[in-house]
Design a protein around this ligand. Structure first.
Ligand SMILES: Cc1ncc(COP(=O)(O)O)c(C=O)c1O
Length: 438
């Protein structure tokens, strides 16, 4: 008998997954440890140490009755939701493992992955708002997030009120009262509080705890607080610990970390994820299996990469802060404002590696600086292994009206820099020679 016939007559018995261990002797394992294997059992994939990429659009049911049970779960006819996998627009193995691991970093019950940060943010907003509703948001937001609220959701009768990132508790309270009044007049409710902290590109921090207090005092219905944590997450800020309900990410940035993919996610309690999951099931927008696999690889080193980038940024900023051609820095390690420092001390675990540098002069000086950089690449985006520099006023935030740009501090003299994991002294040498051309 050949091995092949043997294998047919005595098939390998199905091996059950090993129960997952997330603690040893009462010690909770850290996210960096869990990133190597959490949510994946090699015995289910021929012993493959790493998860294979599951390129399939659909999943075979063991029986017709199982198929019925799956769909009863998905359509809400049976409590408990989906059991197992059905169709890859809903979910698939690589994405499930990714979502399990993403949830760990933020201490969340559940997470959802998307094809981009903006897909995550748009589907999140769409899931929570209806005609007449008001969104309260901090400013500045990433321009596309701000545009989605003001230009797209407005077409469906959703209005917004925004407040500056550094607003005091009283100001936030006042904004919520005005939003409640506006919603009442429009026949809706305050449906979502959406924050971005630190704001892009100024690095202004939002007091999440104050927003939570104002929400609890003013709104007696379920109005989630969502926050874009792209600039500091998942290492340097854990917003769910400070009162946020939903944390959103462009995974394209630090989590992906190599500037070679586009993806997004949200995380939070299951009750907040479920409406978004239902809309994602309908619309699609889940990350693809290949990108999910790349993100699993990225997550294994996210802590190392972010630590190194953070250390590099500290050294580069120490050099830039006293340079005669530098007017100022928007770096969380060198905050000048007492209120911002207080928020930083309560919310942040590190200053990050993305900051703004204000050069003496305007667009012409910034362009000379950017055009003369050798190591740092002139590109939008952030959080990659390589250092990037850009000019938000003429690039990412060009679509923001000029007056609003000024109000938000996005001036022509602002250059945004995302520090990578190169040698820090090489980076300083590069900035030094580029500044000579300013
Ligand atoms: C703070 C922030 N949020 C969201 C996004 C959108 O993410 P993505 O480009 O992955 O759609 C970006 C992109 O630059 C961003 O900087």
């Amino acid at each position: 008998m050949t091995d092949a016939i043997d294998a047919v007559e005595t098939p390998t018995p199905r091996r059950n997954p090993k129960p997952e261990k997330t603690s040893i002797g009462g010690r909770e394992l850290k996210p960096s440890t869990l990133m190597m294997g959490h949510g994946y059992d090699p015995t289910l994939s021929e012993g493959s140490l790493k998860p294979p990429i599951f390129l399939t659009s659909t999943f075979a049911f063991p029986s017709a009755a199982d198929g019925k049970r799956h769909f009863e779960g998905i359509t809400g006819q049976r409590p408990g939701g989906a059991e197992g996998l059905v169709y890859s627009r809903f979910n698939a193995p690589n994405q499930e493992i990714l979502e399990d691991r993403l949830a760990i970093w933020d201490g969340a019950e559940d997470a959802l992955s998307f094809s981009s940060g903006m897909t995550a943010i748009c589907i999140l907003m769409l899931a929570y708002v209806s005609h007449g509703d008001v969104i309260v948001h901090s400013g500045p937001l990433y321009a596309a997030s701000e545009g989605f609220v003001s230009k797209v959701l407005s077409k469906f009768g959703v209005t917004y009120i925004d407040f500056p990132a550094g607003a005091s508790s009283e100001e936030i309270d006042d904004v919520l009262k005005r939003a409640k009044k506006q919603a009442g007049e429009n026949g809706g409710k305050v449906a979502l509080i959406y924050l971005e902290s630190p704001g892009n590109p100024t690095n202004a921090l939002v007091d999440i705890e104050a927003v939570r207090e104002a929400r609890d005092a003013n709104l007696k219905w379920d109005c989630p607080i969502a926050i874009d944590n792209t600039f500091l997450g998942p290492l340097w800020q854990r917003p769910l610990d400070h009162g946020a309900d939903i944390v959103a990410y462009s995974l394209t940035k630090y989590v992906g970390g190599h500037s070679d993919l586009v993806a997004g996610s949200i995380a939070g309690a299951k009750k907040w994820m479920d409406p978004v999951r239902a809309l994602r099931n309908t619309m699609g927008g889940i990350v693809d299996p290949n990108t999910a696999w790349m993100l699993l690889r990225s997550l294994e080193t996210v802590e190392l990469r972010m630590q190194r980038a953070g250390e590099n940024a500290e050294k580069v900023c120490a050099f830039l802060k006293d340079h005669p051609k530098v007017e100022g820095l928007g770096y969380l390690g060198l905050i000048k404002d007492a209120r911002q420092q207080d928020i930083y001390d309560r919310h942040c675990l590190g200053a990050g590696s993305t900051f703004s540098v204000f050069l003496k002069g305007g667009e012409a000086e910034c362009f000379r600086f950017l055009d003369n950089l050798v190591i740092a690449k002139l590109a939008v985006s952030l959080g990659g292994t390589e250092t990037l520099a850009s000019h938000p006023a003429s690039m990412t935030h060009l679509s923001v009206p000029h007056a609003r740009r000024q109000q938000l501090g996005i001036t022509d003299s602002l250059v945004r820099i995302s520090i990578g994991i190169e040698d820090p002294d090489d980076l300083i040498a590069d900035f030094e020679q580029a500044l000579e051309h300013v």
